[in-house]
Design a protein around this ligand. Structure first.
Ligand SMILES: Nc1ncnc2c1ncn2[C@@H]1O[C@H](COP(=O)(O)OP(=O)(O)O)[C@@H](O)[C@H]1O
Ligand SMILES: [Mg+2]
Length: 363
């Protein structure tokens, strides 16, 4: 089958380490994403899987077979780039069947296969149209069909939606996931867009600066981030810095400028460690009158943004450049606050995550 294993993969360009000791196995039939900011090494990993460059150290195995020295045309993979590189002066069907023509498949067979793929991408009977007559989303689907025509075991997608407008991008997430489920092959998807990764993927590898920080499904990564980078890159998060004053059971209590605050300690933080407590905007809520203890703190309202379903409250934090955010569901009687009002907030300590101090993602 077509699992993809990255075994101690390091890729250097001169002295620069673009991918640093990456170890993971992508299961056959999985929709797996690499998520990270621009320049973190995503494309470099994809090129090592597709055969455009072998790793400096370590191995890439597909279906258990070491791929070193095997070129892109002889691997069971197909690659879709951001710029789709369709042939504008060829019909849709000829575009889809291009790889088959190169392989000497006869016309009638090519035509039949193109029609099957047009059904798969929900463009039945549109094979005679010119590519220039299609919308952006339709072209995207044609590029996928063209890549699937040669029956790869693994489809590699390098930010394929980034040229589309927002609405189409969101629509194509659903389409892509549906296509992957219909064909049942392994998809490896790379993106800097967490929404794409979270909605489509079975599992996600979050990367920063060449290092895979965490591999897990969407809810593991969102609810139980392994590092400060993952906590701050995936979804919105409030980071409160402090020092661990007590580690007790599953919890750590941090000394912060807002007093002692408690959160889950899954990373073995010990007394005296520098740490962040991450509390998501939807986890913060106004505290009852007179509440106190290490799941409550007091701060000040800066401003509010009313968004219909949510009221976003910006609160004074320990970092002037980055106020805390509290997201309150609009239940028709949410209280509004004027700037400067003091606000007491509380949170569920099981949904606050204490992590060692580390790199935070830029906004
Ligand atoms: N052929 C190359 N020569 C030198 N540096 C490269 C080369 N390809 C990529 N890099 C560098 O490696 C890093 C990772 O690049 P890339 O994998 O394209 O990032 P991403 O796809 O995550 O945006 C970047 O700093 C990039 O400049
Ligand atoms: Mg890239």
């Amino acid at each position: 089958m077509s699992s993809v294993e990255l075994d101690q993969v390091t890729i250097r360009f001169g002295d620069f380490v673009a991918v640093d000791n990456c170890n993971l196995t992508i299961e056959s039939g999985e929709f797996f994403s690499f998520l990270g900011p621009s320049g973190c090494g995503k494309t470099t990993i994809l090129r090592a899987v597709s055969g455009f460059n072998d790793p400096t150290e370590g191995s890439v195995r597909i279906g258990g077979k070491d791929m070193r020295g095997i070129g892109p045309n002889n691997r069971p993979t197909a690659l879709i780039f951001q710029n789709l590189a369709l042939f504008p002066l060829m019909s849709v069907a000829d575009n889809i069947a291009f790889g088959l023509e190169v392989r000497g498949i006869p016309y009638n067979e090519r035509r039949r296969r193109a029609e099957e793929l047009l059904n798969l991408i929900a463009l039945p009977g549109q094979g005679d149209k010119m590519v220039s007559e299609l919308s952006g989303g339709q072209r995207q689907r044609v590029a996928i069909a063209r890549a699937l025509a040669v029956e790869p075991e693994v489809l590699l997608l390098d930010e394929p939606l980034s040229a589309l407008d927002l609405k189409l991008r969101q629509h194509m997430r659903t389409e892509l996931r549906a296509i992957q489920q219909r064909v049942g092959i392994t998809f490896i998807y790379i993106t800097h867009d967490q929404g794409e990764a979270l909605t489509m993927s079975d599992r996600i590898a979050v990367m920063s600066a060449g290092i895979v920080q965490q591999v897990g499904n969407g809810s593991e990564i969102y609810n139980n981030p392994a590092t400060a980078f993952v906590a701050s890159f995936v979804g919105e998060n409030n980071a409160i810095s402090g020092k661990v004053s007590r580690a007790e059971g599953n919890y750590a209590v941090l000394d912060t400028s807002f007093g002692p605050l408690r959160g889950i300690n899954n990373r073995g933080l010990k007394e005296g460690d520098a740490a962040y407590l991450f509390i998501r905007p939807e986890v913060l809520r106004p505290a009852e009158e007179g509440a106190s203890g290490d799941t409550t703190f007091e701060t000040e309202a800066i401003k509010e943004e009313f968004e219909g379903s949510f009221l976003h409250v910006f609160l004074k934090s320990d970092n002037e450049d980055k106020p805390f955010k509290m997201a309150l569901v609009n239940d028709a009687n949410v209280t509004r606050r004027s700037p400067g009002t003091s606000v007491k907030v509380t949170f569920d300590p099981d949904r606050a995550v204490a992590l060692p101090v580390g790199e935070l993602a830029d906004e």
